[in-house]
Design a protein around this ligand. Structure first.
Ligand SMILES: Cc1cc2nc3c(=O)[nH]c(=O)nc-3n(C[C@H](O)[C@H](O)[C@H](O)COP(=O)(O)OP(=O)(O)OC[C@H]3O[C@@H](n4cnc5c(N)ncnc54)[C@H](O)[C@@H]3O)c2cc1C
Ligand SMILES: NC(=O)c1ccc[n+]([C@@H]2O[C@H](COP(=O)([O-])OP(=O)(O)OC[C@H]3O[C@@H](n4cnc5c(N)ncnc54)[C@H](O)[C@@H]3O)[C@@H](O)[C@H]2O)c1
Length: 463
């Protein structure tokens, strides 16, 4: 029997930030758009359902735990609020596309069958979608390295499994020292879980300078996260102790000693890789690289002229706002002047939502030193900055760091581990993008009291 077919101007695979925004923009211009999403629990993509929104909701609520309520109960309430929030946003996202006359949302898993055709499967149902232009926005998924017992354990979860929990873990073991590991370790500690974090390098947050990562680790330790560095994870095995069923993680430390830690929950936060398996990209002539990422040019065009890839799947930085910028590039290709490109991206900021948050734009000091440029560097403890009284009341922890070219006065990078850092960093990023010098940032007028005014102090202390 022949499959039913829909013909469209644009087919988008994956309801993530870049894909959905493009689908809405194109359908709004009257193009016939088919938006394909494999799960009815994922309208809106990773960020809304299993990424930024649930983590940030739980982190925020963890920062405001009622001291009179037990941690488990606070967590239960926070999880329920978070679930309502993601469910509301999922519904709104579905409606945003579904309500457009020119758009059709199809729920099922898409696979390429030819350069311009996809089959979408949901159970026994199959639908063929043909389109002039196809955009792949299938995101990324957690990596589970071949550590013996990791996949087999009943207690190991990825961020998706952990964020789906309504009960707080009693003893959480976190494997990894990056974004997901730090955010979820800090959040669970704030709700009173016992948390142990195992990381393979000499410190967490391997992309940051030593002084910054050490300060962040100190804050996490004070918040109750036990951090073990230079660890090699040997195995995970399910067992039962006096506390009940759990997983035992066996690891080696730098001096070769073997140790173990038990957790009723073990979070594998060991990186995320692009989702391209089973997409049938070869049928469309779309190439992938060794990591499975779709290979794209600076306009996000793949090796097939009419197929684009946006978001995590194209191997770029894994952030929602980068996926959004990918949308702008593809829209410009489809209906604009075709000038916008990934090469335009400068000073893209990032933030890890521990408490206080850690945000950076541009280079670390270590990266800047590698360029061989003459540098001036300022490192200031927030507690020593006379200009941030509000932070002294709210949260005096952390430090700020600026790295500047000593000859040109160009700001090369700023790191903030401080109250409101995720907001303040955007001002610095904008300044860097528009060539505002360190001296100008030092002498600008900022509101008082605010964290931004700390820039007066930071840039006055370059040495
Ligand atoms: C725990 C966590 C916290 C995060 N926090 C932040 C944060 O605070 N800030 C930030 O900027 N970024 C954060 N990120 C990263 C951010 O979520 C991602 O970079 C972003 O969501 C990627 O969007 P995307 O457009 O690539 O697609 P995604 O949003 O990943 O969407 C891809 C969609 O494609 C669907 N799909 C896959 N294969 C198929 C198929 N064959 N057929 C049909 N549909 C398919 C999937 O179901 C999914 O819905 C976080 C990530 C995680 C995991
Ligand atoms: N606030 C945010 O913007 C935010 C929050 C969460 C996630 N994200 C995005 O999602 C991406 C994925 O997050 P993530 O934390 O999973 O990845 P990550 O790349 O940030 O960290 C991965 C960690 O796993 C460790 N690791 C990898 N393989 C290992 C192994 N075999 N043994 C031991 N350790 C190993 C690495 O050393 C690192 O510490 C991030 O890079 C980020 O782009 C962003």
């Amino acid at each position: 029997m022949q499959r039913p077919t829909i013909d469209a101007d644009l087919a988008v695979v994956g309801f993530g930030k870049g894909g959905k925004t493009l689908a809405a923009a194109m359908a709004g211009r009257g193009a016939r758009v088919v938006m394909i999403e494999q799960s009815d629990q994922m309208y809106g993509g990773t960020c809304i359902n299993i990424g930024c929104v649930p983590t940030k909701s739980l982190i925020y609520q963890g920062e405001h735990v009622d001291p009179h309520t037990a941690g488990e109960e606070s967590f239960r309430l926070a999880a329920a609020t978070t679930r309502s929030l993601t469910s509301l946003m999922r519904g709104k996202n579905f409606a945003m596309i579904d309500s457009l006359d020119a758009a059709t949302v199809v729920t099922g898993q898409a696979t390429f069958t030819g350069p311009h055709s996809l089959v979408v499967r949901a159970g026994d149902d199959e639908l063929e979608v043909t389109a002039t232009t196809i955009v792949v926005g299938t995101g990324a998924e957690p990596v589970l390295p071949p550590i013996p017992g990791l996949r087999e354990s009943n207690h190991v979860v990825t961020s998706t499994g952990l964020l789906g929990r309504t009960e707080r873990p009693r003893e959480l073991v976190v494997l990894g020292g990056g974004y997901v590991a730090v955010e979820l370790a800090a959040m669970h500690a704030a709700f009173g879980a016992r948390v142990t974090l195992l990381t393979r390098g000499p410190r967490i947050l391997r992309h940051e300078d030593d002084d910054v990562a050490t300060a962040a680790a100190g804050i996490l330790a004070d918040a109750g996260v036990a951090i073990r560095t230079d660890v090699t994870i040997d195995s995970v095995a399910d067992t039962t102790t006096d506390d009940g069923p759990c997983a035992r993680v066996t690891y080696r430390t730098a001096d070769g000693t073997t140790d173990t830690v038990d957790g009723d929950t073990v979070l594998a936060a060991l990186g995320r890789r692009p989702v391209t398996d089973g997409l049938g990209l070869e049928a469309a002539g779309v190439r992938t690289d060794a990591r499975g990422a779709v290979v794209v040019d600076e306009h996000l065009r793949t090796s097939a002229e009419h197929v684009f890839a946006v978001g995590d799947v194209n191997g770029g930085p894994q952030f929602t706002y980068v996926s959004l910028d990918d949308y702008r590039i593809v829209l410009d290709q489809l209906v604009g002047e075709g000038r916008r490109s990934t090469a335009d991206r400068r000073a893209v900021p990032q933030a890890i939502f521990m408490t206080p948050p850690l945000a950076r734009v541009g280079m670390t000091e270590a990266e800047a030193r590698e360029t061989g440029r003459p540098l001036r560097v300022a490192v200031r403890r927030v507690a020593d900055m006379a200009t941030v009284p509000r932070a002294k009341i709210a949260d005096p922890r952390g430090l700020m760091k600026a790295v500047v070219d000593a000859e040109t006065d160009e700001v090369l990078g700023v790191t903030m581990l401080s109250h409101d850092a995720h907001e303040t960093i955007n001002t610095v990023a904008l300044a860097m993008r528009h060539g505002v010098t360190a001296t100008r940032l030092r002498d600008e007028i900022y509101t008082h009291p605010s964290m931004t005014e700390a820039l007066n102090d930071l840039f006055a202390n370059l040495a």
